[in-house]
Design a binder for this molecule. Sequence first.
Ligand code: DMJ
Length: 379
Amino acid sequence: MELDEELRDCVQWLRKHLSFDIDGDVQTFEAVIRMVGGLIAGYYATGEPALLGAARGLADRLLPAFTKSPSGVPYRFVNLRTGTVSGSVTNLAEAGSNILEFGELSRLTGNPKYFAVAKQAYRAVIRQRSYIDLLGSEFDVERGKFVATDSGAPNPPDDSFYEYLYGAWRMFGDADARDWYRLLTDAILKRQQVLIGSELWFAQVDQRTGARTEHQTQSELGAFYAELLAKGGDRSIGERYFDSWTVIAEKYGLIPEQIDYRDHSIIDPAYLLRPEYANSAFDLWFLTGSQKYRKTAYAHFRALRTHCRVAGGYATISDVRTSPMARGDLFPSYSFSENFKYLYMTFADAPRFNGKNYYLSTEGKILRGLLPRTEAPRQ
Ligand code: DMJ
């Protein structure tokens, strides 16, 4: 956004005040995608060695979550000062979505240990796939086994596990990641894809039998899967899945947290300023060049302005069915990191962003595609 001076101020503040020597538990996955990823993206943007040093220092404090785990799949929580771990039942997203940030760190520091632990976590989980190549959703890191056997992809808590498998292939050329992504995606498409009229959704099934489970819901968070499928080689399926979400966006104004995809009924009526629909519109715009994705992103932006704008910022919606929409009292940090960033970059023709060759993490951190000021094309 050309806010170089503000960025300089932030870096200066961080140089002075940032310390991770904290006697408290953090959630491994959230610390990786928000803080390690943020520091690495900050390093790319500035070349400031202190940011890379901080990313590395934090990752070292998070490492016990991996190295103390008998299976290699990270514990959910780790104390940053003592390295004490807790939370032995984790889920797919938290098990896998470390490999982009840790892989980048290995590349930047020349130390392979970060990438190695993140890959081992993938290996341990994927080894436990069923004979029809589906994964469960919850995993006991000490026993090395699934404890919840529903395959709910692309809903959370499965979501970014698949995103980071593809990312490990795209960013690091890891052939195992490529093959695992293909194997697991083919199984999801074969067993979970549901066509209802012109709409395409994903059913929740038992990983062992492929039989549908009792609840058939679709979470707004799953909307990111449209862009992942498209990037991963299943473009028409991804585009069709995006269109299904557009039907919901047009029906309710903003996409509710959770619906029953069979009849569009609302299960959770909140809208938490989530970014997944804008994420897919953004990637599909750069991938296809189709104005359709700018139009849908713009409609999403208009809806945010209409329903969520408050004095001084934006607020979540507690019920999209009310008129005017009832607001919550929260602004989640992922909203700037993702929702508004995707919208900005979809429309800004930002000279510092290379739309032809980029990669963003699951938290919208730019890991590839930043152009330094001197190389930016003249306006
Ligand atoms: C973000 O923190 C990330 O996109 C994560 O992968 C899942 N969802 C939230 C925002 O909805």
